[in-house]
Design a protein around this ligand. Sequence first.
Ligand code: IFM
Length: 462
Amino acid sequence: MNPTITSHVPLATGLPPSFLWGVATASYQIEGAAAEDGRTPSIWDTFARVPGAVANGDNGDVACDHYHRMPQDVALMKSLGVDSYRFSVAWPRVQPGGRGPVNEAGLGFYERLVDELLSQGIAPWATLYHWDLPQELEDAGGWPARDTAYRFADYAALVFERLQDRVDTFTTLNEPWCSAYLGYNIGVHAPGRKDFDASLAATHHLLLGHGLAVRQMRSSETRPHTYGITLNLGTADPLGDTAEDHDAARRADGMGLRLYLDPLRRGSYPADVVADLAARGSALPVLSGDLDVISTPFDVLGVNFYFGQDFAGTDLEGNTHDASGEPVVRAVAPDTPRTAMDWPITPSRFTKLLVRLHHDYPGLPMVITENGAAFDDSPDSTGFVADDDRTAYLASHIAAVAAARDQGADVRGYFAWSLLDNFEWAEGYAKRFGIVHVDYETQQRTPKQSALWFRDTIAALR
Ligand code: IFM
């Protein structure tokens, strides 16, 4: 790594030496080796082969080839000086088909990864589900089927049994809103279904699976662990001061944030959301005892933040209801610069979110398990990317975390998304979130300026 290139973006300040610094990735986005060592297809292997589902027809067959380059990638993390690495375990690698015994070869990869991290002084942080559901379980109904929650808890227990001696922190799910809403309602993520009621059932069964998994893991632990769930959270502000805009913001906040955090932390679904759902003839498939399971205590809330939005209760023609009679909830990007994802850059809303979480769901430490940005990087002839835009994004968002802490929010760590450029789901490889550039032809990794800035910030704050 070139130690002489420094950014003009000032290093972050205002965070204590105990603050946890890390980088994050996810299995399908980086591993490749899709058919090796007994791994079976996940819903993303299938979905990526649907014509038009993923930009450029990309898929995760090779990705960053991390499965074969893991030691070098851990060395890269070491060179950045991070405390922790958040990775996800591929369910179809460890338990092919989603049922039955452990596949030793598949689990062996994660054992080697954990051992390599520990040998470099990097704390492993394992996420058990980052969207790669075994295809066989989707064929049996997927997350809308209640049985999938029990299959997930069994799988979690298998992984936990083998890694609990060396891994301190286990996150059950990454961003269940994406799995449920994008995967089963909008259909832009795997498995690509478009069925609102199925997405509601998926939401409930994901949360149920989380609670069951935490119970299973805690009941078999041989030493204390930290258990968590990671949610993608934003802010939902009314675009204007009209009753319709306020109601649209309430609905967006209800479906995006409170639908998850209320059952997890308060043991009930939000009454206004339940009423909205009933008004359209829908309901969450809650059975007796489910909310007790879902509200099983856990130790850390993982917050993934990318942007905040405004909401309008009218469409562009001024209608308050759509063709099917549903109230309009129109997301509007704040008038700020955007990333290559066309996402607005809204660091002050990050502070607002974290302070709000601290007040509305108190007593739960938070860690930023993802934050970062895609930009259209231009590597020079050596592959170096002078990504001022990404560096500034990281700096402003880390400053937003420090500001939230100053206002009392108990935020204990920050993981940059992502260590590497990788498979950005429906966007394929076109959108680059890495602080390390990946040349997909040669698999060469080159730390970008943002990686050097991140490294220097971590070092300065220690
Ligand atoms: O790449 C994704 C990640 O898998 C989940 N959170 C958002 C990131 C950027 O879209």
